[in-house]
Design a protein around this ligand. Structure first.
Ligand code: NOJ
Ligand code: CA
Length: 660
């Protein structure tokens, strides 16, 4: 779409500024959520209530930073304003999003310096950030962030532990007073009020990620990823920090249906977004994780010219748009060692020029893969020339990877890391390249501003099933309510050979990280299909070997699926137990449902379908007697019908609704 992705229509933007006499309170447009600010000398704190009940008790705000020491004499000024617009994005779970909030800016200033805490109250949560202008020194050095979240009462929570290098960790479902530290999104449920919420951040640029460290009782404090010298951030004399966010709802699904994180990001900086396109893709990938192929050149090399042609042909024949090849470029022998990759030199058995021209003659998008192993200086030095080279080959998508430690003791998630990931996104935009980042920095909604930042990993993906005990159905039922609240994930879903029969029968198999004979997919086949809907990604992979799809009746779902989504809704769900999500692309709807280790039947009213239209519903259901099989049935339905979605233990169901 060529439309500028900012403003669809103004529903009425009102701006009412009130001066210093205004009260330090801001409420959501519906009045349900309220934020109060308290000043005590030079320090500020805030509290949050929902429906009259205190959610967050007075909690500290601020930064410990040289150049930002506030004094008791600064004058305080409070400005209130309101905003309401509906905007369009070129792609997303929902192309149209309403951004409606009341704002309060609390400024402490004297003649030469201004420090502001800006609050926004939405119907689906609150946010605040720190801003300063003309700080006394050129470089503001952040030693610590003082932000606290003091829960008024205990809550149940779902999160991964804090770790400045990885998000590929197991979820914990814990009462908050048993959590020592956590990364965000940090999702919680308050038992007494039935309130669900999630703490996260939005618009993370030039600043370290925020994790949470529990202090006394139920109080959490921001804990920023440091750099090797212990400093959290070096910042200019005028700056705005990322937003600290709390999404709030009355059901767990409300959190999924919220647009708060995107709304806190700026409109697109890319004017012409016509080259940014959602895609379905396949790739030379799973074979390496299973051990039947290698990234390095040799007898089992995956990225060969012959395989490339086979995968391109498969994509053409199956209504897919993209093909990824891992292990196409020189350097894989050094991975896990001193890590030197050549981002522009193909292995000699991968004839990139002829593959690129074959792909383009068949209308297929070729992807470039850049594993860096964490060698940031070399990757940054190669970025411009490598991306110019990909552009010359007609490539529009790059999958990046950071599987390895950063040199010099830098963390992946520090200010250094955040700046690197952003440099890649902005350089990619110059060469009209979309990014799919693995081992990324967390998603904070920057896809609104940089819509070429399509998708990322940032949680345990499919690969864990190849060489570990893998991802449980409970994990898969938690993911939508925690990691996926931040944005799209390249989980690489859809394995059909769930017991790895083909790999086990391959005499040439040498397990990459094995031997791991116990490994398998821990769900039914139907749940693998449902994950194409549940785990939103604008670049959605059919991750299995194409041999496992060829001739398989159930692959029709992926053929029919459209990765270019227009609208989505989480319909039913309980964190860690089950989830049902529907998405619309054009006039087709796709439903995905999944359960934990218990069998479950969900009764789903089809009132999301267009009224007065009859749809052909194609149902991919669990075969209760065989987890490796699906039962496919078809029936006519309308929006007046209710569908009973029966799922086996660890199972799921996927449905396409096509107008008749
Ligand atoms: C980890 C990524 O998540 C995976 O998709 C990739 O195959 C390997 N690194 C190698 O780059
Ligand atoms: Ca990974």
């Amino acid at each position: 779409m060529n439309k500028p992705n900012n403003i669809l229509s103004f529903l009425g933007v009102t701006l009412m500024l009130s001066a210093c006499t205004a009260t330090p309170v801001v409420s959501s447009p519906d009045g349900n959520i309220k934020v109060d600010v308290i000043r005590d000398g030079s320090s500020l704190s805030y509290s949050v209530s929902v429906g009259g009940d205190t959610l967050i008790k007075p909690s500290r705000l601020g930064l410990e930073a040289s150049g930002l020491s506030l004094s008791d004499d600064l004058k305080m000024e409070i400005k209130h304003s309101s905003f309401d617009e509906t905007w369009l994005q070129p792609w997303g779970e929902n192309k149209e999003i309403r951004n409606h909030y009341n704002e309060m800016a609390v400024t402490l200033s004297d003649d030469s310096f201004a420090y502001t805490v800006r609050f926004r109250a939405f119907d689906d949560g609150i946010a605040f950030r720190y801003e300063w202008d003309k700080a006394a020194t050129d470089s503001v050095i952040v030693h610590d962030e003082l932000t606290e979240f003091a829960f008024a009462e205990t809550a149940r929570s779902w999160s991964i532990p804090a770790n400045f290098d990885s998000y590929e960790l197991e979820y914990r479902n814990l009462p908050i007073d048993s959590v020592t530290d956590a990364n965000t999104p940090f999702t919680f449920e308050i038992g007494s009020t039935g309130i669900f919420g999630s703490i996260h951040e939005a618009a993370l640029y030039d600043y370290p990620e925020m994790t949470l460290l529990r202090g006394e009782g139920n109080t959490f404090k921001a804990n920023l990823a440091p750099m090797p010298d212990g400093i959290k951030a070096y910042l200019p004399s005028s700056f705005v920090t990322p937003w600290r966010t709390i999404q709030i709802g009355t059901s767990a699904c409300d959190l999924i249906n919220s647009g708060l994180i995107l709304n806190l990001n700026e409109p697109s900086k890319i004017q012409d977004t016509s080259w940014i396109k959602p895609q379905k893709y396949v790739g030379i990938w799973w074979g390496m994780h299973l051990g039947t192929m290698t990234w390095t050149m040799g007898p089992r090399h995956g990225a060969t010219t012959e395989n490339a042609i086979r995968y391109i042909d498969f994509a053409v024949e199956n209504n897919l748009q993209g093909v990824l090849f891992e292990g196409w470029n020189e350097g894989w022998e050094t991975w896990g060692g001193d890590q030197h990759f050549d981002y522009a030199k193909a292995y000699s058995d991968f004839d990139i020029d002829s593959i690129a021209s074959y792909a383009s003659s068949r209308g297929i998008e070729l992807w470039a893969h850049n594993e860096t192993g964490g060698n940031i200086p070399e990757y940054e030095a190669a970025l411009d020339s490598a991306f110019a080279y990909y552009k010359s080959l007609g490539i529009h998508t790059v999958k990046t990877g950071y599987a390895g430690g950063f040199a010099g003791g830098e963390y992946h998630h520090s200010q250094y890391g955040v700046k690197h990931y952003q440099k890649v996104v902005e350089t990619a935009a110059k060469y009209q390249l979309m990014i799919d980042a693995h081992e990324p920095i967390k998603e904070t909604g920057i896809r609104r501003t940089w819509p070429n930042m399509m998708t990322r990993e940032g949680a345990r993906g499919m690969e864990w099933n190849a060489w570990s005990a893998g991802n449980t159905p409970e994990y898969l039922c938690t993911l939508p309510f925690v990691r996926l609240l931040s944005g799209p994930m390249d989980y690489t879903p859809g394995i059909f050979d769930i017991d790895y029969e083909r790999a086990k029968n391959d005499p040439g198999r040498i397990e990459w990280n094995g031997p791991n004979d116990y490994c398998k997919i821990n769900t039914t086949l139907a749940r693998q299909i449902a994950n194409w809907v549940i785990i939103y990604s604008p670049l959605q992979m059919a991750a299995d070997l194409i041999e496992n799809y060829e001739g398989h009746e159930a692959f029709q779902f992926f053929r029919d699926f459209n990765a270019d989504c227009d609208w989505s809704q989480a319909l039913q769900g309980e964190i860690g137990k089950y989830i049902a999500i529907v998405r619309r692309s054009g006039d087709a709807y796709y439903l995905g449902a999944g359960t934990d280790s218990s069998a479950r039947t969900l009764s789903i009213p089809l009132n999301f379908l267009s009224e007065g239209v009859t749809y052909s519903a194609r149902i991919y259901a669990d075969d209760p007697s065989d987890r490796t099989k699906v039962t496919i049935t078809e029936k006519s339905v309308t929006s007046a019908d209710t569908l009973d979605v029966s799922m086996a233990p660890s199972g799921g169901q996927a449905v396409t609704f096509l107008p008749k």
